[in-house]
Design a protein around this ligand. Structure first.
Ligand SMILES: [Zn+2]
Length: 91
């Protein structure tokens, strides 16, 4: 993750441990992902138990980089609002 936004200069690392709260956000995302995927695999596709467990583990491993970044993005958006008046150097 960048230390600072290249466009507007916003510091992304506010203080040590700032993104600790993002763990709670990722917990919520993983819960929704697992429950939704479980319902899809078990109820709709009617896969057997080992296929469901394998599918869930594979999905979690594959989506970890996405959920990690999405949770941090969600967390920082709780505290920093978009400011259209802020000077930017990006197009
Ligand atoms: Zn920016």
């Amino acid at each position: 993750m960048n230390r600072q936004c290249p466009c507007c200069g916003e510091l992304f690392e506010k203080e040590p441990g700032y993104y600790t709260g993002a763990m709670y956000v990722s917990y919520a995302y993983y819960t929704a992902l697992i429950v939704g995927s479980f319902l899809l695999f078990e109820v709709i596709l009617t896969l057997d138990t080992y296929a469901v467990i394998g599918g869930l583990v594979g999905l979690i491993v594959l989506l970890t980089p996405v959920v990690f970044r999405l949770a941090r993005l969600t967390w920082i958006n709780f505290f920093i609002s978009f400011d259209p008046q802020k000077q930017t150097s990006c197009p």
